[in-house]
Design a protein around this ligand. Sequence first.
Ligand SMILES: NC(=O)c1ccc[n+]([C@@H]2O[C@H](COP(=O)([O-])OP(=O)(O)OC[C@H]3O[C@@H](n4cnc5c(N)ncnc54)[C@H](O)[C@@H]3O)[C@@H](O)[C@H]2O)c1
Ligand SMILES: Cc1c(CN(C)C(=O)CCc2cnc3c(c2)CCC(=O)N3)oc2ccccc12
Length: 259
Amino acid sequence: MLNLTGKNALVTGIANNRSIAWGIAQQLHQAGANLGITYLPDEKGRMENKVAELVAPLNPSLFLPCDVRNEPQIQSTFETIRDKWGKLDILIHCLAFANKDDLSGDFSKTTREGFNLALEISAYSLIQLSGAAKPLMTEGGSIVTLTYLGGVRVIPNYNVMGIAKAALEMNVRYLAAELGPQNIRVNAISAGPIRTLASSAVGGILDMIHHVEEVAPLRRTVTQIEVGNAAAFLCSDLSSGITGQVLYVDAGYEIMGMG
Ligand SMILES: NC(=O)c1ccc[n+]([C@@H]2O[C@H](COP(=O)([O-])OP(=O)(O)OC[C@H]3O[C@@H](n4cnc5c(N)ncnc54)[C@H](O)[C@@H]3O)[C@@H](O)[C@H]2O)c1
Ligand SMILES: Cc1c(CN(C)C(=O)CCc2cnc3c(c2)CCC(=O)N3)oc2ccccc12
């Protein structure tokens, strides 16, 4: 069993019990990591209460609002980590957003605002968070982000999110090159389709899941826990020689030609 005892891990992107970040947080906790959780604050504080209740069993030592569009919130998140933890070992970037209208219909209709929003939240945020984490990863570290096949191949309706994921995967390589000398590894997990708040808000996700169940070598889709296990591996010394990579956790779907 892999051991993350003594490691401080910041996990972003938990919205509910279907979130991939929730699967990751559970597995990092099981491996002994000390967790810090961030959530996207909403005006009524509903998200805060819902996420706080969900993560309570994992005894997070930090629980902070962090909207990646809000630079001061990012700064205060990492100041709190510096003051309370001193060092950071693990950063999980598990968030994305595009306007719903940009996730169906003609890609050529993508608006300037929609393009910039999707790239800002889903790709630029990795640069921001990694830059803020860099000075705190004084004993080296591991940064993991979540990507999708739609960033390297055309997946109907994924549209502008595919552009964002292509940028995200290239961010992984440039960040790995910059941070490697400091023994900070940067990798992506490319997860197969999973029913979450984000994916369920998209038409046709169930058809996609059924298609994967027929075509993927394992004849099934993957779970948040399976993604969490792969993330724990990428956060542990078992992956000490791996950086700048995209690891597919998709039941093998990506290898199939007549998919
Ligand atoms: N579900 C899938 O099929 C699938 C497959 C591959 C990759 N992914 C990726 O996994 C990641 C997590 O998505 P999910 O499927 O768990 O859905 P989810 O809706 O549970 O998680 C998305 C998270 O992004 C957060 N977020 C959105 N805008 C934000 C902002 N401005 N600041 C901070 N946080 C913000 C939301 O609060 C939410 O917690 C995303 O990067 C997504 O692209 C999902
Ligand atoms: C798979 C799959 C997903 C899941 N996935 C990999 C994702 O990356 C989800 C990304 C996403 C980003 N922003 C929003 C939404 C989803 C829906 C709700 C909303 O308003 N904005 O999304 C798709 C969209 C079209 C086609 C396939 C997929």
